[in-house]
Write a protein that binds this ligand. Structure first.
Ligand SMILES: NC(=O)c1ccc[n+]([C@@H]2O[C@H](COP(=O)([O-])OP(=O)(O)OC[C@H]3O[C@@H](n4cnc5c(N)ncnc54)[C@H](OP(=O)(O)O)[C@@H]3O)[C@@H](O)[C@H]2O)c1
Length: 392
């Protein structure tokens, strides 16, 4: 029987790669719902191909346009446009699998709802785990949902832990090694990085991704967020987690065991591979990605990350050490600062300075509900916007 999938953020980079994998495996999967924020034309094209039951687009004027266009093409997809509809299309009893690929903390609520509705959740939206880590993990424990990481590093670790104990409950894992490409500014001096442009920050050496995660990769905040993501996914012991810069992005991450064995997962830098793994888990399907040709790989190199030139990585470690709401504060401030950098309102190092200001202004508190996290996210966004406005 075919599995029904809801793709949250279908018009984004991960969403499109997910649909490319599904297209190769239409004997196994059927699209139940697709969601977007504003890109109505792209969503329309996806509806033509996959004929989902629902399409959610949050821009209400574009929703009407999309519905009319679909009806004119005899496509029976129903268009919805409320934020709450994101929850409706993940909770529907017919849905088996939810791909969580919205960018930013707005992915938190639908991802949380998918877990609570006992779905197989493919987690690409790392921000939801950064902001609401403990709540998400508690919800997972209290449900029959499964959470499969899609982020290439966490998917690699998940694969390296398979057949072994999936947490460190038996003290067999001695290290979780997250690899980082180092981003486009890896070899540049602090002074030169201070002058980089948005255009150069968007030129990732290995991966083709959405703009927000590409900027996060250039500041190494992406790696910082991934440290927090790994903390929640794999045993909640920060001492186990290491970051190693590996510029070729061939080894997607590694697990070292107490006996000295290191297991690594390798592949081309193409998100279709972890997406296909997560979709089919515990089986394997064709992803459509190119295969590694070892005779063409000249070298695999490794170096330590530089926390001085890339202060965002240190800020992420500080946030998870502090705990409570601090990772949510870090995440919200980062989202606003990255948007301001993309709009050319602030320079590169103002991203980390702005996050630092927010982390110093707000004190960490404990939280016990998603609503509290959503409130904090909103307060920190307002504060960060004001900080940026005052500085320009
Ligand atoms: N891209 C990668 O290779 C990669 C790798 C690892 C992890 N990730 C993670 O995966 C997530 C998605 O990344 P991406 O690169 O695919 O992002 P992206 O290309 O920017 O796509 C984001 C998707 O979210 C939708 N969206 C944006 N704002 C929204 C809102 N307020 N409410 C509802 N939907 C909204 C967008 O709709 P519109 O298109 O209509 O704007 C789009 O469908 C991020 O958390 C990222 O960190 C990405």
């Amino acid at each position: 029987m075919k599995k029904y999938i809801t793709v949250l953020g279908s018009t984004g980079s991960i969403g499109c790669s997910t649909l490319a994998v599904v297209k190769l495996n239409l004997d196994k999967y059927q699209i139940f719902a697709l969601t977007a924020n504003t890109q109505a034309d792209k969503l329309f094209e996806q509806c033509v191909v996959f004929k989902p039951r629902y399409a959610v687009i949050l821009d209400k004027t574009k929703a009407k346009f999309l519905q009319d266009k679909l009806l004119n093409h005899d496509i029976n997809t129903q268009v919805l446009s409320d934020t709450t509809d994101l929850t409706v299309v993940v909770e529907d009893p017919e849905v088996d699998i939810v791909m969580s690929a919205i960018v930013g903390s707005c992915g938190l609520l639908p991802t949380y709802s998918a877990i609570k509705a006992n779905k197989k959740v493919l987690l690409s939206n790392k921000e939801s785990l950064i902001a609401g880590g403990q709540l998400m993990i508690n919800a997972l424990k209290n449900s029959s949902a499964t959470l499969i990481p899609v982020d290439s590093e966490h998917n690699a670790i998940f694969q390296c832990l398979e057949g072994n104990k999936t947490s460190n409950a038996f003290n067999e894992v001695s290290k979780i090694i997250l690899t980082a490409s180092g981003g486009p500014f890896r070899t540049m001096s602090y002074e030169d990085i201070a002058k980089v442009t948005v255009e150069s920050a968007l030129q990732h050496p290995n991966w083709s991704m959405g703009k927000k995660v590409t900027i996060d990769s250039s500041t190494l905040m992406n790696k910082g967020l991934e440290v927090i993501e790994a903390y929640w996914l794999f045993g909640q012991d920060l001492n186990l987690i290491d970051v190693v810069v590996h510029p070729q992005s061939i080894i997607h991450s590694m697990v070292e065991y107490v006996d000295g064995s290191v297991l690594a997962q390798l592949g081309m830098p193409d998100m279709k591979t972890p997406i296909a793994h997560a979709l089919a888990y515990p089986n394997r399907i064709n992803s459509g990605s190119a295969k590694l040709d070892f005779t063409k790989i000249k070298s695999l190199t490794f170096e330590s990350p530089d926390y001085k030139r890339f202060p965002c990585l240190q800020l992420a470690f500080d946030a998870i050490i502090s705990g409570g709401t601090m990772p949510a504060i870090l995440n919200a401030a980062n989202e606003v600062a990255v948007a301001a950098f993309l709009n050319k309102e602030i320079n590169f190092y103002a991203i980390s300075d702005t996050i630092d200001t927010a982390m110093n202004y707000f004190s960490k508190t404990d939280f016990s509900s998603i609503d509290e996290i959503i409130d904090i996210d909103s307060v920190v966004r307002d504060f960060t916007l004001n900080t940026i406005r005052k500085s320009v």
